[in-house]
Design a protein around this ligand. Structure first.
Ligand SMILES: *Cc1c(COP(=O)(O)O)cnc(C)c1O
Length: 378
């Protein structure tokens, strides 16, 4: 029997595009029957999570029959003491992704506008589209830097949120402190700046800010952080927001009570206290960036210097081909067409060994293409 239904989703959802994640390791392993697969596609921590986090997780397994703490009191206390904040300035969420949705649900009426310097992280658009709000993209400049004047000129009466991702995913560029200050001082005070510093720990330039100082001084800004990147807990889903108290109180209204599971709460608290692991992860990344820069220069590949744990590299017209061939060799990176950059690949920084494999594979693919190309000319 063929039963037909006429259930229709909300019109706003027509604009919601599915998120395209980096290909998972197991999928590539299974599809291509490869013994060795390395994933440099989702900006994860290549050395894993803090051993302290793993230990507290195993100690908590016997309490899994209980609901988690709806207010994540102990995790908030750990974060507050680590970052010199009060617990009332914090909201803990199921990854920073959930927080972006919660912010959208809290502040966006249909037809409201958000400003997004582009290209950037796709979840900002998702949140707006979910609410029937409008995305106003503002291009980064030719060097992929933020253009404050363009951002300010995009502001209208309907603008509710201005997103700044710094370091920006996928470019690795950032908004210097003086520019953020200029932006905060110039924006009308009905606009909330959403400052996504998911990658803040990897930034090494002096004039970088993670935005927290502006929350402490009371500006209308919410800083997004995550345990998925430097803390190496992407699989557990936990992130947090930092903002003036009244903003946190509004967002808490739309939060589900048990949004963060109990293992994530204890692991995150242990991870943020393990400064040794954070420092080590940062060093692996800084060294890995240098290793990759050197190789890309030798190969004559254009790239953008990154303050993050990934590098956007220009491969030209062959980019998709190179992406596919890397995949066949068991190296997963991210193809740039997601961001309207079909000539680029975004490559996460791995361990020294993973970076070496990546470089060797790129070398041999480029050599093969060169031979092929010369063959065509003859
Ligand atoms: C990875 C990432 C996040 C955080 O993701 P969660 O895993 O949901 O915490 C937030 N913003 C950007 C720009 C990211 O790349």
């Amino acid at each position: 029997m063929n039963i037909i239904n006429h259930i229709k989703h909300r019109k706003a959802l027509d604009l919601v595009k599915p998120y395209i994640p980096g290909k998972p390791l197991w999928e590539v392993q299974k599809e291509l029957r490869l013994a060795r697969v390395i994933k440099l596609a989702s900006n994860e921590n290549p050395i894993g999570a803090s051993p302290n986090a793993l230990e507290v997780i195993s100690n908590s397994l016997t309490r899994l029959n209980r609901y988690p703490d709806a207010h994540a009191v102990e995790l908030k206390a750990a974060i507050a003491s680590n970052l010199s904040l009060t617990t009332k300035q914090l909201i803990i969420t199921n990854g920073a992704d959930e927080l972006i949705t919660l912010i959208s649900e809290t502040y966006l009426e249909a037809e409201d506008e958000i400003i997004v310097p582009s290209p950037s992280f796709s979840e900002y658009d998702f949140g707006a589209h979910l609410m029937g709000a409008k995305v106003v993209p503002v291009p980064l400049d030719n060097e992929y830097q933020f253009n404050i004047d363009l951002i300010l000129s995009a502001v209208t009466d309907r603008t509710k949120l201005v997103y700044i991702c710094s370091p920006n995913n996928p470019t690795g560029t950032y908004l210097p402190k003086s520019k953020l200050e200029e932006l905060l001082q110039s924006l009308p005070n009905h606009i909330l700046v959403v400052f996504d510093s998911a990658y803040s720990h990897f930034a090494t330039n002096e004039d970088y800010t993670n935005g927290l100082e502006y929350v402490r001084s009371g500006y209308p800004i919410i800083v997004l952080q995550t345990f998925s990147k430097i803390f190496g807990l992407a699989g557990l889903r936990v992130g947090f927001g930092v903002a003036p108290e009244n903003i946190i109180q509004s967002i808490v209204r739309v939060k589900e009570p048990f949004n963060v599971n109990s293992l994530a709460q204890v692991a995150a608290a242990a991870a943020i206290m393990d400064e040794e692991h954070v420092e080590k992860s940062k060093q692996v990344n800084t060294a890995g960036r240098q290793q990759l820069y050197k190789a890309f220069r030798e190969l004559g590949l254009e790239f953008i210097e990154s303050m993050s744990n990934f590098i956007l590299v220009k491969f030209g017209h062959n980019a998709n081909e190179i992406y596919q061939q890397l995949l066949c060799q068991g190296v997963i990176v991210r193809y740039g067409d997601t961001w309207g950059m079909p000539q680029h690949l975004r490559i996460s920084v791995g361990t020294a060994d993973e970076n070496t494999i990546l470089i060797e594979e790129i070398c041999s693919i480029m050599k093969r293409q060169l031979i092929h190309f010369k063959g065509e000319i003859k």
